[in-house]
Design a binder for this molecule. Structure first.
Ligand SMILES: Cc1cc2nc3c(=O)[nH]c(=O)nc-3n(C[C@H](O)[C@H](O)[C@H](O)COP(=O)(O)OP(=O)(O)OC[C@H]3O[C@@H](n4cnc5c(N)ncnc54)[C@H](O)[C@@H]3O)c2cc1C
Length: 407
């Protein structure tokens, strides 16, 4: 490996789950990394929690699949429901057991994944982590990159051979290299209510998508601190409702009772309320010279389908595999054009298309179209061949396969 000094290192802006995946993948090959991160500690607010089967397989290449598996809960079955009529269709990932060692969605909170990787990279030779540092800009030329960083001791510069912007949806790196972020921001925001009430005792599977023209829901179980876990119940909040009104206890109780009235006529404990803006956007380029974008810095989407974080991990592993080849002398810098072609194409074709479709399906307000969609779900689920095709797409196998097919 030719990376011997700091100027030959990879600088990563953002130690979220994607930045940490990239850092760990590079460090395991002896490539030095400096991580620049604005947080002091990994944030634990509720965000992504679904790991799809291909992601688990890719994590085997980092020897962490078993550890992640141990932190999560297996969710082989998931449901489409109608708010008023109940169960519409149930899918079982077990039918993919012949092609994957992970025929389930693994539910594990993203902060646990990030913390696990952080504790590994912290101990590795060649890794420097600078927390409480904001990347404010980046210059790059044919010799490498220089990141401008603001921290407790003022402003400093960090030089390297490459820079990966893993600094989330508002990416400073993306702005600094003048890359567009086309798309839209939804009018409605998504409200997440977390309850310890266990819906699995009432016919719900670990992930449920509930269609309704007035208010759809998405529900999923997370492991939390141990059995029986907790449920996150997500639903849209219109632009006319401010945060205080959305968080009102009675309003939240009415919202959650609409999914399933409390079986004993009581109230659901609500442990956590969280509201956030949702977007569908994609960067115009994922690679500009020696600077790359990965994860939310490159694409953001609604969480229906649980794909964003998975896709970001796939970005990180795709890009770092190419970097390792370049450091080894097995490839030239033009290989990074392939990163852009593979990941940006698939982000458009699968990530943005599928998650947008998922949202449209749940909120469909034309009764005929809704009935037709639900009939399709039922028919797809009841036919093993069509169920298999459907699961290959929604569990992201097709997206990984398509990226690999692009040369
Ligand atoms: C509030 C919220 C809720 C979400 N809920 C869901 C969900 O329910 N389901 C789902 O699938 N997805 C969800 N997502 C999306 C999911 O969390 C992301 O896809 C995932 O976090 C992407 O990881 P990342 O590492 O690319 O970006 P991030 O997790 O955003 O990490 C970026 C990192 O960069 C750091 N950073 C930012 N700017 C700078 C800077 N200038 N300098 C240095 N460091 C910087 C940040 O502190 C952060 O640690 C949610 C996202 C948000 C914001």
């Amino acid at each position: 490996m030719s990376a011997k000094n700091k100027s030959d290192q990879v600088v990563i802006a953002g130690a979220g789950p994607v930045g940490l995946t990239a850092a760990y993948a590079l460090l395991r090959h002896g490539i030095p990394v400096t991580l620049l991160e604005s947080y002091a500690d990994v944030p634990t607010d509720p965000r992504a929690s679904t790991f799809h089967p291909p992601t688990m397989e890719l994590l085997e290449s980092l020897d962490v699949a078993q550890e992640v598996h141990g932190m999560g809960i297996e969710v082989p079955k998931w449901q489409f429901r109608d708010l008023k009529k109940g169960l519409v269709a149930e899918f079982d990932l077990a039918i993919l057991g012949d092609i994957t060692r992970y025929p389930f969605r693994l539910h594990c909170e993203q902060h646990k994944y990030a913390q696990m990787l952080l504790s590994k990279v912290e101990k590795m030779d060649g890794c420097e982590i600078r927390k409480s540092r904001n990347v404010t800009g980046v210059h790059s030329d044919e010799n490498g990159i220089v990141a401008m960083v603001h921290g407790p001791n003022g402003t400093e510069e960090v030089a390297g051979r490459y820079l990966i912007g893993c600094d989330g949806g508002k990416s400073v790196v993306r702005h600094a290299i003048g890359v567009s972020f086309e798309g839209l921001t939804f009018e409605e925001r998504f409200l997440v209510l977390t309850t310890p009430f266990d819906y699995t005792d009432h016919g719900f599977k670990g992930t449920c998508y509930i269609a309704d023209p007035d208010r759809w829901y998405s529900m999923f179980k997370v492991p939390a601190e141990g059995p029986p876990g907790r449920w996150r119940v997500v639903s849209p909040v219109g632009p006319d409702l401010d945060e205080a009104a959305a968080f009102d206890d009675d309003a939240c109780q009415a919202r959650i009772q609409a999914v399933l009235p409390h079986p004993e006529g009581g109230t659901f404990p609500i442990l956590h309320k969280n509201i956030y803006k949702v977007h569908q956007r994609i960067a115009g380029r994922f690679a500009v010279g020696n600077v790359f974008l990965a994860g939310d810095a490159a694409h953001i989407n609604n969480p229906l389908g649980g794909m964003g974080l998975n896709f970001g991990i796939h970005d990180a592993l795709n890009l770092t595999e190419k970097m390792v080849a370049v450091y080894r002398g097995d490839a030239k810098d033009d290989i990074f054009d392939l990163y852009d072609r593979q990941r940006r194409t698939v982000a458009e074709e699968y990530l943005l298309a599928q998650t947008a479709q998922n949202k449209r399906d749940l909120e469909e307000n034309d009764p005929e179209a809704r009935a037709l969609r639900q009939k399709e779900w039922r028919e797809t689920a009841s036919n093993p061949e069509s169920a298999r095709e459907f699961l290959l797409r929604t569990a992201m196998f097709k997206s990984v396969e398509r990226a690999q097919s692009i040369q």
